[in-house]
Design a protein around this ligand. Structure first.
Ligand SMILES: Nc1nc2c(ncn2[C@@H]2O[C@H](COP(=O)(O)OP(=O)(O)OP(=O)(O)O)[C@@H](O)[C@H]2O)c(=O)[nH]1
Ligand SMILES: [Mg+2]
Length: 148
């Protein structure tokens, strides 16, 4: 069993998704530092958006079994550089979050993730309604990754 490390831009919904996977109630607060849980490693969005933090992300990824890259499905553009996913010496999966919102565009989110180098699988999820979480949990369980 191994942890997943969750990365992606500020406000994309990383902490909310981890809380939803753990079935925790309550709204997420901004992540201020690398946060280690039994099930996962949560990261502040700045670590994915500011290249000076990349070495810290890469070293921390060595503690994880897999990397989960998050894209806000309502975001109009990708805030990660092309090929970002390829930096990690770990399996990378993707999730587009906030698909409950009216301006969510799952196809655009998948394109953004592909631009960042994420190959399938890409999960479409909502931390607020729980949509898509069953498929993501099943995938993580099958691979032997922690999530709760
Ligand atoms: N409607 C909706 N809002 C969401 C969803 N996931 C997260 N949010 C909202 O998006 C905002 C940011 O969520 P966080 O989970 O804190 O985002 P984060 O990626 O952890 O952000 P940082 O810690 O700053 O890197 C919060 O107001 C959440 O309530 C979702 O699936 N649907
Ligand atoms: Mg957070």
């Amino acid at each position: 069993m191994g942890k997943i490390m969750v990365i992606g831009p500020v406000g994309a919904g990383k902490t909310s998704l981890l809380q939803a996977l753990r079935r925790e109630a309550g709204r997420a607060v901004k992540t201020q530092s690398l946060s280690f849980f039994d099930s996962a490693i949560d990261t502040p969005g700045e670590y994915s958006q500011l290249p000076r933090f990349y070495p810290a992300l890469l070293v921390t990824a060595m503690e994880a079994a897999a990397v989960l890259i998050i894209q806000d499905a309502t975001a109009r553009q990708m805030s990660l550089p092309p090929g970002f996913a390829g930096m990690f010496a770990r399996p990378v999966i993707g999730a587009a979050t906030k698909i409950d919102l009216p301006d969510a565009d799952p196809a655009r989110a998948k394109t953004c993730l592909a631009w960042a180098g994420v190959r399938e699988p890409i999960f479409l999820v909502s931390a607020h309604t729980g949509e898509g979480l069953i498929l993501l949990r099943d995938y993580l369980r099958e691979r032997g990754y922690h999530y709760e």
